[in-house]
Design a protein around this ligand. Structure first.
Ligand SMILES: Cc1ncc(COP(=O)(O)O)c(C=O)c1O
Length: 378
């Protein structure tokens, strides 16, 4: 079966945050992390059937969603998990501050890599906890995730990683994960591993490695966050999971989650089940499409000496260093040239921008033309 990722799907009338930001302006929306692709036919059919039924009470998310998560983890990551370890979520973002409040006393702190998807660092402030940042040299080609790991104080108890990494799309290889596992052992850290971009490995031969899958010790100190939202473009449907193998930790977090978060959206559960049970062929085709988009983007940026890109191994987000342009606000400047990118400042690098290449190739090509004319105009 073939799938059409070249189709330009009009999104304004769907309340798309990505598209409404630039409504009536000639600016290509290449910012927030959803793609412009229509979902897999199996997902659309499952949703249509569910909508036709017409009753939308609370979903019994535990049984089917937990079993589907275990099957997906086994088939995609060779990670064998017990469905009982799965805690359903209505989204990932609120978990970052909830973990800090639940696992850290007010004088304890978390550790997080930088640059990073902003909710990781914002959540420490929201939870009133200190956070130490570990800088990752993302624009270095030789395994940029093999960052220096500093000695920690006793108050640091929770490590956040994002694998594959947002921004930058770098995947953690086994050696890097093992270093992080040793680090977590040395300082006795809980590890929250956000793996929502796991299923978008662009190299056909690379397989995602969950941090927790390294060993039983890693499992016991970990909270793994997963969802079908990025790989299957379901971000608006409110469904994700946390995999928490440690019984006490899981019981504690289950209680905190039940008090603070709604249960997953029942349509999100339907869509996630269809994605994980019937979406593999569509996902493989999307990866092929994204790989060509990635290669086209990286090759184009190589012709622009003032820009440098951290070639993504996974996902549809490219992290671009614009520091050689010596602009005060690169995001604003690219916007004036018709490109709606995400600014790097909230991620920890004001001289970088993030470009979402999860779009039809014709739109990407227009973006690349605009990128060149923006640079030429300097
Ligand atoms: C690494 C990462 N984690 C979490 C999220 C957000 O997840 P959710 O929409 O389920 O809160 C995103 C969205 O871009 C992300 O990139």
């Amino acid at each position: 079966m073939s799938f059409n990722f070249d189709e330009r799907v009009e999104r304004y009338h769907t309340d798309s945050e990505k598209w409404l930001k630039y409504r009536d302006r000639d600016i290509l929306p290449l910012w927030i992390a959803d793609t412009d692709f229509r979902v897999a036919p199996a997902i659309q059919e499952a949703l249509q059937q569910r909508v036709a039924h017409g009753v939308f009470g609370y979903a019994d998310d535990q049984g089917a969603l937990a079993r589907a998560t275990a099957q997906w983890a086994a088939s995609q990551y060779e990670w064998s998990i017990d469905p009982d370890w799965v805690v359903p979520l209505s989204g990932i973002k609120p978990i970052f501050s909830l973990l800090q409040e639940s696992l850290l006393s007010t004088d304890q702190a978390s550790v997080c890599t930088t640059p990073i998807y902003p909710p990781f660092t914002h959540s420490a402030r929201a939870a009133g906890r200190e956070q130490r940042l570990l800088p990752i040299p993302l624009f270095k080609n030789d395994n940029p995730l093999a960052m220096p790991l500093p000695a920690l104080m006793t108050q640091e108890r929770l490590l956040f990683i994002c694998n594959p990494h947002n921004p930058g799309g770098k995947r953690y290889d086994r050696e890097t994960l093992q270093r992080l596992a040793d680090y977590a052992d040395t300082y006795d850290l809980w590890v929250c591993s956000d793996e929502v971009h796991a299923d978008l490995q662009l190299d056909p031969h690379s397989r995602h490695i969950p941090f927790a899958s390294l060993s039983t010790r890693c499992e016991q100190r970990s909270i793994t966050l997963l969802s079908a939202a990025k790989a299957f473009n379901l971000a608006g449907l409110g469904c994700a999971v946390a995999i928490i193998p440690n019984d006490d930790l899981r019981a504690r977090l289950r209680r905190a989650i039940a008090q603070r978060l709604p249960v997953p959206n029942s349509l999100g559960v339907v869509a996630t089940l269809a994605a994980w049970q019937e979406g593999e062929a569509w996902l493989a085709a999307q990866r092929d499409y994204l790989r060509l988009n990635r290669d086209r983007l990286v090759a184009h940026i190589a012709t622009l000496p003032d820009l440098q890109v951290a070639t993504p191994d996974a996902g549809f987000l490219a992290w671009i260093d614009a520091s050689r342009l010596k602009l005060t606000d690169p995001q604003r400047w690219f916007e004036h040239h018709g490109l709606g990118l995400t600014g790097g400042a909230p991620f920890g690098d004001p001289q970088a921008v993030r470009l979402n290449f999860g779009c039809p190739r014709s739109r990407l090509d227009l973006a690349l033309t605009r990128l060149t004319s923006a640079i030429d105009s300097l």
